[in-house]
Design a protein. Structure first.
Length: 273
């Protein structure tokens, strides 16, 4: 399978963003809070957690709950934001021994992985019996308006368009991917968040500050002309002069053993539907 993402570019973007990600911490904290809320819905008690790509938000929250947490990130600089113990790792080649953790949390980090099923398998192996994976993943529909505006503006200016926004998985595929990776009772819930920007350029800055800029293999190596970007952003303006940005986030849960604890309230409801 040909890679979709340039992992070196992903790492460099996160290296750069380590100095600026604090500016977008409210967005990351909102997603992390919704994810960690699932811990309170289960009778299981966790003692050893792995934070995958939490950007300095998840590991401190887990440690505040009394859970010993190792933070990891593709970028050593970003991993260091979580404080020790932390380690730079490639999510596609995890170095952890089987059964190292009873909880894995991946908050808005797995969408830059080329082999998502393979990464999920490795995360399951790193879990103990009855270990839990909690992950939030942007899904199809995220940044759709921006994607369309960039294509239209670039085609109008140059006659062609390069990929500018990374592809996202579909929500309906996420539970299936978890099951394929060996998780049991997999659940994928949808959450839609709309961010409102008074300044469209603030959207571009937030993506850069979070380390979420274009890292697709097929991307153009030439920066998008400022005039083209300005035209695209102008196309996003609503009548009130603001830009609404939709984030479709899948909250994914799955247990690493066929004899999972009596799951979460959300899991039980999902099984009934």
């Amino acid at each position: 399978m040909d890679p979709i993402f340039d992992r070196r570019a992903v790492r460099l973007h996160r290296d750069r963003a380590a100095a600026t990600v604090e500016r977008v911490s409210p967005i990351l904290q909102h997603a992390a809070a919704a994810l960690l809320d699932r811990i309170d819905d289960t009778t299981q008690r966790f003692s050893r957690a792995l934070d995958v790509g939490g950007r300095g938000v998840v590991a401190p929250a887990l440690r505040a709950r009394g859970i010993a947490t190792v933070a990891c990130d593709l970028s050593a600089r970003m991993a260091a934001r979580s404080g020790p113990p932390c380690v730079a790792v490639d999510e596609e080649w995890l170095p952890f021994a089987p059964g190292s953790f009873d909880l894995v949390v991946a908050n808005l980090s797995l969408h830059w992985v080329n082999d998502l099923p393979g990464a999920l398998i490795q995360l399951r192996r790193a879990l103990t019996t009855n270990g839990l994976l909690l992950a939030s993943v942007p899904t199809l529909g995220t940044l759709t308006a921006l994607r369309t505006a960039l294509i239209v503006a670039e085609q109008a200016a140059t006659g062609g368009a390069s990929p500018r926004i990374s592809p996202f998985p579909e929500l309906r595929d996420m539970a299936g991917l978890m099951q394929r990776a060996g998780f049991v009772l997999p659940v994928a819930d949808a959450d839609v968040t709309v961010l409102q920007y008074a300044d469209p350029w603030a959207l571009v800055r937030d993506l850069r500050d979070a380390g979420e800029t274009n890292a697709t293999v097929l991307r153009s190596r030439r920066p998008l002309a400022g005039a083209v970007l300005a035209q695209a952003l102008a196309g996003l303006l609503a009548e009130d002069g603001r830009v609404g940005v939709t984030l479709n986030i899948a909250t994914v849960t799955g247990w690493a053993d066929a004899v999972a604890p009596v799951g979460t309230a959300r899991t039980e409801r999902s099984q009934q539907n």
